[in-house]
Design a protein around this ligand. Structure first.
Ligand code: ASP
Length: 443
């Protein structure tokens, strides 16, 4: 049994958090591979080390002295080391870094040091080996990860060992350091879990998993206990703040479960993400897994008698949108009617030309645009098996005075998507949540 763990910045913020991480790792001998982020915020207005490193580089770039920022970074790590009573020799490393900084260091190399120092300290504290990501995480010239080479190198380097790996960076073919986009330690963790065929990838953060709805809209939403990768994709596509796509694909590809956990509440099971759950596990699964949405869509509504038998008409419409580089989010349609749902911001600059072309090429009987539309998706893998689901959703919204401007459903009946006026957005989410989750209309 092998568990690969990734700890985010808040879990690495100070000595107290380091101690929590150690307790978690020590609690299970299967937890042998640990990936860490740079130290994050200790309190609300604190600074993240990675932000300070970017700032430090900006100072150097513009010829402004960076001593005070550099010192903030250095003292954060020295403080953690001293409070934990470790003997890690960070002074000489910081001296060397300072010299390199004066000579000229790339931004990516400098910011990667946040993870590097965090991992050095954590390795000493856990009594694990430090395994630098530069030794195994290899990028190709086009900036994508060379999975084959990286996996093989990590398998060799980590086999049979307990290791701590810095997240967020790897090396280019010329040996220079390259970082992922912000938040990229999640990707390092997922790659390590996939490379080592872990039994689970535990992603430790400061929340107990995903919530069923946005907590700024719904008061105290319930956590999502189990979610499939497909559902997660639906929710994040429509706007839920969940994991970055890049995080998911390496573990999803290998069918490795991903467990989101809370370092500050280690007994909470968090959210488990898997390709599928077995029947037994599904027994207590709710009817809705989560609700998410976004505002500010436009619906281009096209009606033409006999449209459904006109070959190629949909292609013509889509080609016009393609010409203006506008992507279509959803296409709800009826026999003689098609609606094209697009992001208002993307279509606004070319709307008049685009409508003119649709008029000319399609010759519709009716053509108009409705703005200020919000899209809300109710996602749940169990919805497909329950008759009358959509009817119930529509009735509930109607009873609450919300008029539905558009309806569409995913092909696998994983989700039901409704378009409502922007002003009804929050209320739609609340009504759906209250009627399907709170009142127990769920299992
Ligand atoms: N430290 C990096 C960041 O702040 C990467 C990470 O934490 O995942 O973006």
């Amino acid at each position: 049994m092998l568990k690969v763990l990734k700890f985010g910045g808040s879990s690495m913020a100070d000595a107290v958090q380091f101690a929590k991480v150690k307790a978690i790792v020590d609690a299970d001998p299967a937890r042998r591979v640990v990936i860490v982020s740079a130290a994050g915020k200790r309190f609300k207005n604190d600074n993240k080390i990675t932000d300070l490193l970017y700032l430090c580089h900006a100072h150097v770039q513009y010829g402004v002295a960076c001593d005070s920022v550099f010192e903030m970074i250095r003292s954060r790590y020295l403080e953690i080391r001293d409070e934990l009573g470790l003997a890690t020799d960070l002074e000489s490393e910081f001296d060397a870094l300072r010299k390199k900084l004066d000579k000229g260091i790339s931004q990516e190399e400098l910011v990667s040091r946040g993870e590097y120092f965090a991992a050095r300290l954590m390795a000493d504290y856990l009594g694990f080996d430090f395994l630098d990501a530069e030794l195994w995480l290899k990028f190709k010239l086009d900036g994508t990860v060379d999975q084959e080479v990286s996996y093989e190198k990590l398998q060799r380097a980590a086999s049979g060992r307990c290791v701590v790996i810095p997240g967020f960076y790897g090396t280019m073919p010329d040996g220079s350091i390259k970082t992922f986009s912000r938040g990229g330690s999640d990707i390092t963790g997922a790659l390590a879990a996939a490379a080592l065929d872990a039994d689970v990838y535990e992603n430790w953060t400061d929340v107990s998993g995903f919530l069923m709805a946005d907590p700024t809209i719904v008061e105290n939403p319930q956590p999502i206990e189990k979610i499939t990768y497909a559902e997660l994709r639906e929710l994040s596509y429509i706007g839920a703040q969940v994991l970055h796509e890049g995080t998911i694909f390496p573990v999803r590809e290998k069918n490795i479960p991903l467990n989101i956990r809370n370092t500050n509440q280690p007994d909470h099971p968090g959210t488990m993400i898997r390709e599928a759950f077995d029947e037994q596990e599904e027994l207590d699964q709710r009817f809705l897994t989560g609700i998410a949405g976004r505002k500010n869509f436009s619906v281009i509504s096209i009606t033409k008698n006999g449209m459904s038998s006109e070959v190629g008409i949909l292609r013509k419409m889509l080609e016009i949108l393609e010409k203006y580089n506008v992507s279509v989010e959803y296409i709800p349609s009826g026999i003689d009617h098609v609606s094209l749902v697009v992001v208002t911001e993307k279509v606004a600059p070319c709307l008049y030309q685009l409508m003119g072309e649709l008029q000319k090429e399609i010759k519709p009987d009716k053509l108009h645009v409705i703005d200020n539309i919000a899209i809300v998706a109710a996602v749940g893998r169990k919805m497909a098996y329950k008759a009358g689901t959509s009817g119930k959703i529509f009735a509930t919204l109607g009873e609450n005075g919300i008029s539905i401007r558009m309806i569409t459903q995913g092909p696998e009946e994983l989700n039901i998507i409704v378009g409502v006026d922007n002003k009804d957005y929050a209320n739609t989410i609340r009504v759906l949540y209250d009627s399907f989750v709170k009142k127990g209309e769920k299992r």
